[in-house]
Design a protein around this ligand. Structure first.
Ligand code: AMP
Length: 478
């Protein structure tokens, strides 16, 4: 099998970029990536411009393990412009060569690139580039963009990048660095987030606003779908090189992925999650003694649920923070074991009580199965599970790590069957309408709301062309 395997393109990542007037860009990038650590913990990297050349520093593990102030490696990265990337742990292939940002020497000079998202026509593009003589260094889809830039005959680096992006399909929030220019681009559907912030003497690009807060940048606006911004010593310019398609922002950013203190596409993530909990209580409220979140992802929704239902909220499960996300274990046995290592029952708050357990989503059912039985072992008299998203029935091809459709428990079982499978007394998911109401669309999900990408819950994929993934087993709209 080729080292290039689209099943490993499960890249939930963070990007960051800064252009400033002093030599602090490397430190600001380390801070920004630290705030965005939740978007990727497998590896981290930065490329900075020291006034003469772009230089890279990368490593496996967390930002704090790699970018420490006062090390010789960090001192060597001093510069006024830098980009950075956090990579998510995926189902296997962890290789140094896949750590971004990528830094290359092209005909016009150095070019560095960091990407959050997923290209759906990657296999076809890669095959044609390889047959035309391109030598790939990594197994990522991101590298395809570099080869397309390298092969472009357009005059300026920006025009070459634009031509390259015209050829790709899928989701991308990119930060790039050329000679003395920082570039940010969002795909025409704006599936993945990218925001712009202002420093006293420069600009910041980040996947989420929490990456601006940490460096003291003021939020300016979201980079718009299909927009390219170029930042240099003269300031910022914006262009829209792609034809308008209408935006399809990812609803899963609100459900799970973004940090609760971020504001994405004008909506506070925390407030949205709390409101989903309220909608859930309105739709499928049930009497119980206590509302317990599955930490950390279920906490805001559980607070909303408890407030709406008038039932006490309490921490019935304590999370050990010194373990990575359970979801990323390559085997089911590994996942089950890590759920145990990650969560433990707080017997004092659940013993002898009927419990409403709130989590943000059910994917394979591994977490809920373990947590329900943990509640029973701790003495809960009843366990009712409420989920702050609709059933996850379809995989994401745009940058969120989801297993294949046949592993998604809600794709082959209804709520009652899942309740029986995970051992819960009852189980309900928030409805599509409830989710959209929580995002501020009072009529629910209908044709009058601005469209979003909710393919994981609806099977309605925004990129309708037959991408390689779609033609290799999974059909559109399944
Ligand atoms: P599962 O245990 O397979 O049912 O997965 C559900 C749990 O994984 C929930 O607690 C979610 O918070 C979390 N989760 C859902 N989607 C993802 C994702 N794409 N990446 C990492 N964790 C996730």
């Amino acid at each position: 099998m080729s080292a290039f395997n689209e099943d490993q393109f499960n890249e939930e990542c963070a990007v960051f970029g800064v252009f400033t007037s002093d030599n602090s860009a490397h430190h600001l990038t380390a801070l920004g990536l630290h705030a965005l650590q939740h978007r990727g913990q497998e590896a981290t990297g930065m490329v900075s411009f020291n006034g003469t050349s772009l230089n890279a520093l990368r490593g496996f593990g967390h930002v704090g393990d790699n970018f420490n102030a006062d090390t010789a490696e960090m001192d060597a990265m001093a510069g006024h412009m830098a980009i950075g990337h956090n990579r998510y742990s995926t189902t296997g292939l962890s290789e140094y060569r896949n750590i971004q940002p990528f830094l290359t020497e092209l005909a016009f000079g150095q070019f560095a690139l960091a990407h959050n998202g997923n290209l759906i026509n990657a296999a076809r593009l890669r095959a044609s580039l390889v047959s035309a003589g391109s030598l790939f260094q990594s197994t990522t889809d991101t590298e395809i963009i570099i080869h397309l830039v390298a092969r472009s005959h357009r005059k300026t680096p920006i025009d070459r990048l634009t031509e390259a992006l015209m050829q790709i399909e899928g989701a991308y929030a990119l930060v790039c660095a050329f000679d003395n220019q920082l570039v940010g681009v969002r795909d025409p559907l704006g599936i993945r987030p990218l925001v712009l912030g202002k420093l006293e003497d420069g600009y910041v690009l980040a996947s989420e606003t929490c990456g601006l807060d940490i460096v003291g940048a003021e939020f300016v606006r979201d980079i718009e779908p299909g927009e390219m911004v170029v930042i240099d010593g003269e300031g910022i310019t914006s262009s829209r090189p792609f034809s308008e398609t209408g935006s399809r922002f990812c609803v899963f950013e609100y459900v799970y992925f973004a940090r609760p203190d971020s504001v994405v596409e004008g909506r506070g993530v925390y407030a949205t999650r709390k409101q989903i909990g309220k909608e859930l209580a309105k739709e499928s409220g049930i009497k119980a003694d206590v509302v317990v979140p599955v930490p950390d992802s279920g906490v805001p929704a559980a607070l909303g649920y408890a407030e709406e239902a008038g039932i006490p909220f309490d921490l019935g499960i304590i999370r050990n923070h010194y373990i990575g996300r359970t979801f990323i274990q390559p085997t089911q046995a590994g996942r089950t074991q890590s759920v145990r290592m990650k969560h433990n029952a707080n017997i004092a708050t659940v013993k002898g009580k009927s419990v409403i357990l709130i989590d943000d989503s059910i994917v394979r059912g591994t977490t809920s199965r373990k947590i329900v039985s943990m509640m029973r072992e701790a003495g809960a008299t009843q366990v009712h599970m409420r989920i702050a998203s609709p059933p996850t029935i379809s995989p994401c091809y745009y940058g969120v790590d989801t297993p294949d459709k046949d592993k998604l428990i809600a794709s082959y079982m209804n709520a009652d069957e899942i309740a029986a499978e995970i051992g819960a007394d009852s189980l309900s998911f928030v409805s599509d309408d409830g989710l959209y109401r929580a995002m501020g669309f009072t009529e629910g999900r209908n044709s009058s709301c601005p469209q979003m990408c909710d393919a994981c819950f609806s099977g309605d994929y925004p990129v309708k062309t037959a991408g390689d993934r779609f033609s290799s087993g999974v059909k559109n709209g399944e």
